[in-house]
Design a protein around this ligand. Structure first.
Ligand code: HEC
Ligand code: HEC
Length: 330
């Protein structure tokens, strides 16, 4: 009997060691930082400026935000990182249920500072972080960093984004490394998906295809699609159907259903859609935090009508779904 117990115990130890060896040895899946050649020109930096500040809104996450003004504009020093959140935080725009954030997360400095930003990184290392979710030291980036939306970003646009980031003022700001609690620290290693080659350009004359592309890189999909808990995969049948909860002051806000169902965009027209984006171009002061929006409308208001129109065309092709509010109170 003792022998059998001993045997069972050693089998368990071996299995546990095997699982840990897999998680720590084979994961996260990654490739070495690729060769990524950028021909820096003023036009490229200008395209990057448009993408970063009007479409991708990278600096919304990578800066502090002023929630006393409409749509929480990011405030200087832009791109220098954001104060940490932990289990006691009810960070605006981020809802991890009543337990707060399971660990410590500090959104890092992405200005070209050599010591604390991306100044000393190669272009390939920055490219891999943005599209493949792998940090400079090979660690998995927690997917609040929406690399899985950026996976489709074309080499051309990615080059523009990196060129623009490198043109920003370098700011010294050392942010602590992210630490995740068990089991998220293990799960996090499962997410990254390496690319295996270049990402070719998307045909801008094909409005639906270009709109789909924009709706990913501008993160419409990220905020408007409920995802399976502790996964980066969409809840089946709820693609772009909204209902994702966000904290705002004492209230909970839910993202809009963007499918052509009458709960969503069904009663809207292209003109209304574009006009909604052009409605607020300045982050005016607010008296009640609850009236704010975690969607940075002011940031997006600089998107061209052509790009907004392409997103509209794409949304019209989605299967209509009714709105279901996702429950994330647990
Ligand atoms: C929704 C919030 C969010 C958005 C939007 C976002 N990021 Fe991030 N980013 C993060 C978080 C969080 C991390 C850190 C993840 C971690 O430490 O595990 C991160 C990490 C990074 C890193 C790695 C830096 C380091 O020091 O390890 C780079 C580079 C980066 N982001 C660039 C970008 C760029 C460029 C964009 C826009 C195309 C962008 N991010 C948009 C949240 C965001
Ligand atoms: C950071 C998360 C986030 C991102 C990114 C985001 N949204 Fe939203 N969106 C929301 C939330 C939350 C609401 C509900 C609050 C509001 O209306 O401002 C909303 C509301 C909307 C509405 C309804 C507005 C109204 O007046 O009823 C539309 C249309 C919309 N989003 C479209 C988009 C599109 C298109 C994109 C991509 C370009 C996008 N959103 C990106 C979170 C987001």
């Amino acid at each position: 009997m003792r022998r059998i117990l001993l045997l069972a115990a050693s089998v368990l130890v071996i299995v546990a060691a095997g699982i840990l060896a897999y998680f720590y040895g084979a994961l996260p899946r990654q490739r070495p930082a690729p060769e990524f050649v950028i021909n820096y020109t003023p036009e490229l930096v200008a395209r990057g400026d448009y993408l970063v500040n009007e479409v991708l809104l990278c600096l919304d996450c990578h800066s502090e935000r002023d929630w006393t003004r409409y749509s929480g504009p990011p405030v200087p020093p832009l791109g220098a990182g954001r104060s940490c959140i932990d289990k006691d935080s009810k960070a605006v725009g981020i809802n991890f249920g009543s337990g707060g954030f399971p660990g410590l997360m500090c959104i890092p400095n992405i200005t070209p500072d050599d010591a604390t930003g991306i100044g000393a990184w190669t272009d390939g290392e920055v490219a891999r972080a943005i599209r493949e979710g792998i940090g400079r030291n090979g660690q998995a980036l927690f997917p609040i960093m929406p690399w899985f939306m950026y996976q489709v970003m074309t080499d051309e646009d990615l080059a523009a984004v990196i060129a623009y980031l490198r043109s920003m003022p370098a700011v010294y700001n050392d942010t602590p490394a992210t630490e995740l609690d068990f089991p998220l620290n293990l799960l996090n290693r499962l997410y990254p998906r390496p690319l295996d080659g270049p990402v070719p350009a998307v045909d801008r004359n094909d409005a639906v295809a270009y709109g789909e592309y924009l709706s990913k890189i501008a993160r419409c999909e990220f905020c408007h699609t409920p995802r399976i808990r502790r996964s980066i995969d969409p809840v089946p049948g709820r693609f772009m159907a909204g209902g994702v909860p966000f904290f705002m002051g004492q209230d909970m806000h839910y993202s809009k259903n963007l499918t052509p169902h009458e709960d969503g965009m069904g009663l809207w027209t292209r003109e209304m859609f574009i006009a909604r984006f052009k409605m607020h171009t300045e982050p005016f002061p607010l008296t009640r935090e609850e009236d704010n929006s975690e969607m940075n409308w002011v940031g997006f208001s600089g998107m061209t009508e052509e790009d907004l129109s392409a997103i509209w065309d794409y949304l019209q092709t989605l299967p209509p779904k009714e709105l279901v509010l996702l429950d994330r109170a647990d």
